[in-house]
Design a protein around this ligand. Structure first.
Ligand SMILES: C[S@@+](CC[C@H](N)C(=O)[O-])C[C@H]1O[C@@H](n2cnc3c(N)ncnc32)[C@H](O)[C@@H]1O
Length: 272
């Protein structure tokens, strides 16, 4: 049973007990009313504990993330309360009338840097005891499937998206880890944040549906690629579906898939 289902069952048991107590009506009515009042008062916090994971994204450009997260599996995860997404606009933490978040680098050089104060204040505004703060940076550790698996067990992720020439170096002292999505430079941290969120959220139990889907995918064990897939028609532009896949022999199919996965993996690693 998932953490979420357990909490729902606990809540139902509690309510049921309260209703039974109300058989002693009306003497226990005030007692029941007080309890329901307390529940309503702390309802928001309590509801939040029903969500399996919360992800807060600190960004100057929330719109692309909002748009991406309102489709398909990412939307389903939120709709089913498996994920709560919080978009924090860094501009709200800017300084002065113009809500400034950037400044020129000491020592000279091109471009602007995100200032420490707005970024750190934004982090502190959402950080809780169980939060893990991640800075998206091309200088971070390369993100792999193992990291997605590790992060999918967290309760609250805070992703900090950079812009311009990057950050004031001191911001790094306020994060738990730095993640890079590859050895190339993007304009901002929003695309890396979306890549991290997507790969993590699809691993939350219940998001993909078939609980084995993620276990059988490429890199699930940190290395092996998935076997090739085919769907109808049986022949496409002269290319036929391998006979074994339409043989109905599950043992042979499993062996063929395992051999193909090994072959693909070896080819990839030999080419790197
Ligand atoms: C233009 S980049 C800054 C690059 C920085 N001047 C450097 O050379 O390391 C602006 C922001 O985009 C994000 N970013 C760019 N490429 C990234 C990558 N490969 N992985 C993660 N984040 C990246 C980071 O948040 C970064 O602070």
């Amino acid at each position: 049973m998932s953490r979420r289902s357990r909490r729902v069952v606990d809540a139902i048991v509690w309510l049921n007990n309260e209703i039974i107590k109300c058989c002693d009506w009306p003497r226990s009515l005030p007692y029941f009313a007080v309890k329901v009042g307390i529940l309503c008062f702390f309802g928001k916090e309590w509801t939040a504990t029903l969500v399996d994971m919360k992800i807060s994204v600190i960004t100057l450009f929330p719109e692309p993330i909002k748009s991406y997260m309102s489709e398909s599996m990412m939307w389903k995860a939120q709709d089913q309360k498996l994920l709560e997404l919080e978009l924090v606009n860094l501009r709200d933490f800017g300084e002065g009338e113009r809500r400034t978040v950037d400044d020129t680098p000491y020592g000279g050089g091109d471009g602007m840097l995100l200032k420490a104060e707005p970024v750190v204040t934004a982090i502190e505004s959402v950080k809780k005891e169980n939060s893990r703060v991640i800075l998206l940076s091309p200088q971070g550790k390369r993100f792999v499937q193992r990291d997605a698996q590790r992060l999918s067990a967290e309760k609250h992720l805070i992703l900090v998206c950079g812009r311009y020439e990057g950050f004031d170096e001191r911001i790094r002292s306020f994060v738990d880890e730095q993640i890079s999505v590859g050895d190339y430079v993007l304009t901002g941290g929003e695309i890396p944040a979306m890549a991290v969120i997507d790969s993590v959220v699809r691993l939350i139990p219940g998001v993909l549906g078939g609980e084995n889907s993620a276990k059988e995918e490429s890199f699930a064990d940190g290395r092996t690629l998935e076997y090739p897939h085919y769907t109808r028609p049986p022949e496409f532009r002269g290319m036929k579906v391998p006979d074994v896949l339409i043989s109905g022999n599950h043992e042979r199919i499993a062996k063929w898939r395992s051999d193909q996965a090994t072959k693909r993996t070896d080819e990839l690693h030999n080419n790197q």
